[in-house]
Write a protein that binds this ligand. Structure first.
Ligand SMILES: Cc1ncc(COP(=O)(O)O)c(C=O)c1O
Length: 422
């Protein structure tokens, strides 16, 4: 039996089936945009551990920061004996998160945990309970995370009841016939049929939906929800767990809009491969919870903080983001050019290197094409991820540091994979 087959058998035997997996090979080592499996096969990584390794696997500066931190200490718990790196990282986030007002930050470990804390902070600040999220949105697998998530299977099915006072409105989505007006009409109807606007603590959304299908929020929708939040004193939360940290060619996707959320959530790319997440927002909002109301044993773990400080330094260079934009344009051009040959390509979208292609035929999603593309690509040594409520989109999330020649190699495989799937 091969090493992968053996591990696969043991995996099925030992691990809950609730923890699903996409590839059937096991990682042994990784470097920048490439992963090698336990049988020595090389794969180009267009998933980055679901948008985490934006600075690539084992970026030298991230590794040096981790090694220096490990040599000093690994854990004291910031709430017991604080450390400088945590303070420095908070200062960096306060600087980079959009908003020209005084900001404060709190660190936790995962995206879902940051979502939980953003909601706690918004409720403490407003003294209200109601929450608005969007259909197709994804905010994690904790109870509040899955309650806010706008997709039932697999995230909520069997886990109910969900948290109280969570309401969903349609996310504008041209491909599936939801206009900005439809979304805003539903939002206003909510205030008539379900909950008074003055009982809403927060509205949470992703500037570009991640798991939901890489749908980019239209400018006028973001403008109008900002105005609505201002009118009713609702805390606007931008969940930038997937869209943040350089993924869209800017530090944060909200920079594309010139609009500022009251609270911004970061995770994934922030840690350069280490588990860390952040909640950053207006100082008065962030200071609403009582001392001790936020945090956690591992919140802002020293080693992850060291890695994140290195990531911030890498991304402080504007040319880093220019390159992301250029690579994203190259990928989108390839996909757009394929449209004349492949009528099932219903849409090509995204910002920077947060790009997706959606497959439909006669108004029906073609999830089967996505499966075929992913398995063909895997056989040719390329890891791809799907997304979308109907599973009919491929999302492209390569490391932003991917080498030009590896990127071109992957683009050739993508073109072949799409052509063979028709
Ligand atoms: C937008 C968004 N929010 C929250 C999460 C949850 O993050 P985590 O899986 O680290 O809990 C994710 C994860 O994919 C995400 O994409």
């Amino acid at each position: 039996m091969s090493a992968n087959a053996d591990l696969l058998e043991r995996r099925v035997e030992a691990i809950s089936r609730g923890v699903s997996f996409i590839t059937d090979f096991f990682a042994e080592k990784a470097e920048n945009s490439e992963i090698w499996d336990v049988e020595g096969r090389r794969f180009i990584d267009f998933g980055s551990g679901i948008g985490v390794c934006n600075t690539g696997h084992r970026h030298p500066k991230v590794m040096a920061a981790i090694e220096a931190q490990i040599a000093a200490f690994t854990h004291t718990c910031h709430q017991v004996t604080p450390y400088k790196g945590y303070v420095e990282l908070a200062e960096k986030l306060n600087q980079h998160v959009p908003g020209a007002w005084q900001k404060k930050t709190a660190f936790v470990s995962t995206g879902a945990e940051a979502v939980e804390n953003a909601i706690k902070i918004a409720r403490a600040y407003t003294g209200r309970t109601g929450l608005i999220a969007t259909s197709g949105g994804f905010h994690g697998r904790t109870f509040m995370g899955m309650s806010l998530t706008g997709k039932v299977v697999p995230y909520k099915a069997g886990f109910g009841p969900m948290m109280n006072d969570v309401f969903h409105v349609p996310f504008p989505n041209k491909v599936h016939g939801v206009s900005v007006a439809d979304s805003l009409t539903a939002l206003k109807a909510l205030f008539k049929t379900d909950i008074e606007a003055h009982h809403i603590a927060a509205l949470i959304f992703e500037p570009t939906q991640g798991e939901g299908g890489f749908y980019v929020a239209p400018q006028d929708w973001v403008e109008q929800i900002r105005a609505l939040c201002d009118d009713y004193g609702i805390v606007m939360i931008a969940d930038e767990v997937q869209s943040g940290f350089g993924r869209t060619g800017k530090f944060f996707a909200m920079e594309h809009y010139g609009i500022e959320a009251d609270i911004t959530i970061s995770a994934k790319g922030l840690g350069g491969g280490m588990p860390i997440s952040a909640v950053t927002g207006k100082a008065a909002i962030m200071d609403a919870p009582n001392p001790g109301g936020l945090g956690g044993t591992y919140a802002g773990h020293a080693v992850a903080v060291a890695a994140a400080n290195a990531v911030c330094e890498i991304m402080a260079d504007p040319t880093f983001h220019d390159r992301t934009t250029a690579l994203g344009e190259k990928l989108r051009t390839l996909l757009e050019n394929l449209r004349s040959e492949i009528p099932q390509i219903a849409d090509v979208r995204g910002q920077g290197l947060m790009v997706a292609v959606e497959f439909m035929e006669n108004g029906q999603p073609r999830a089967d094409m996505v499966s075929s593309i992913m398995s063909y690509a895997k056989e040719r040594g390329l890891i791809l991820l799907s997304c979308g409520v109907y599973g009919n989109c491929i999302r492209f999330l390569p490391p932003l540091t991917i080498q030009d020649e590896v990127f071109d190699e992957a683009l050739d495989i993508i073109a072949e994979a799409i052509k063979q799937a028709v």
